[in-house]
Design a protein around this ligand. Structure first.
Ligand SMILES: C[S@@+](CC[C@H](N)C(=O)[O-])C[C@H]1O[C@@H](n2cnc3c(N)ncnc32)[C@H](O)[C@@H]1O
Length: 254
């Protein structure tokens, strides 16, 4: 999922926020370090990156992945977004790619990012648009609804896609940021392995346990259902489609 989905989005987010060599960047909800590593490569050896996440497993994955040569050094820290264990006013840029929707207290998380930024610092936040704007995952949700029931399908939809277009820019402004700019973007996505490969993404989702509990017969039914729901997206054996996200940039008052 990282090279297929998250890395192209990380590059676009970093283009939007704009980085200068030598800057200090904080990547909140860094997960496997997708944005952290791409940013470190852009900032170069005189820059510095800190990636924060609540999940020790994600941080272990991030630490296991080598950074490109001539990258900024990256520190990974275990801490929640609403209690960032980083110094105040010490970062030029803060990023958060597909993490905001999972915070228990989004205002607190956003205010923590603002606290970590120096005056005039920039923030870049990415949140998926509604699931119907990312057709492969809408197809997966439809198949889940058919086989696992509407509650599990709703839990899937309301996870990564739960924030959708619901006033994120206003929420970021309320957290004290200025010059808030939100824009919708679309990127192509291909699953060369077709519906079966798409199905595997459920293992890293919030409904993984519910899907595992379906048992062998349920898994076979789900595989058959996704063949049908993803059929309109198929080209030469691959799923060829797009995903859509809102990217929001803002600054702290200087
Ligand atoms: C979809 S992943 C995105 C990871 C990464 N930003 C990327 O683009 O690859 C969401 C991440 O948010 C993290 N997360 C969820 N709630 C969090 C919180 N309250 N504080 C910090 N991280 C959180 C999860 O552990 C997970 O690594």
């Amino acid at each position: 999922m990282v090279p297929r989905l998250f890395q192209p989005w990380a590059d676009l987010l970093l283009d939007q926020v704009g980085l200068n060599a030598g800057e200090v960047l904080l990547d909140v909800a860094c997960g496997p370090g997708t944005v952290s590593r791409r940013a470190a490569a852009r900032l170069g050896p005189s820059g510095r990156v800190t990636g924060c996440d609540v999940s020790p497993a994600m941080l272990a994955l991030a630490r296991s992945k080598p950074a490109a040569g001539h990258s900024a050094p990256i520190d990974y820290l275990e801490c929640p977004a609403d209690a960032l264990a980083v110094p105040a006013a010490a970062h030029d840029v803060a990023t958060c790619q597909q993490g905001l929707q999972f915070f228990s207290d989004r205002q607190r998380g956003l205010r923590q990012m603002r606290r970590a930024l120096r005056p005039g610092g920039r923030v870049g936040i990415a949140v998926w648009c509604s699931i119907d704007q990312s057709p492969p995952f809408a197809a997966l949700a439809a198949a889940l609804g058919e086989v696992a029931g509407s509650q599990i399908a709703a839990a899937y939809r309301n996870g990564p896609w739960g924030l959708a277009d619901n006033g994120i820019a206003a929420e970021i402004e309320r957290a004290g940021f200025t010059a808030v700019r939100a824009s919708r973007h679309q990127l192509p996505v291909t699953f060369d392995g077709g519906p079966r490969q798409l199905l595997k993404t459920l293992a890293a989702s919030g409904v993984a346990a519910a899907v595992a509990a379906l048992g062998d017969a349920g898994q076979r039914a789900l595989a058959a259902a996704i063949e049908e729901t993803a059929a309109p997206l198929m080209h030469d054996g691959a799923i060829c489609s797009e995903t859509a996200a809102q990217l929001v940039t803002a600054t702290t008052a200087s």
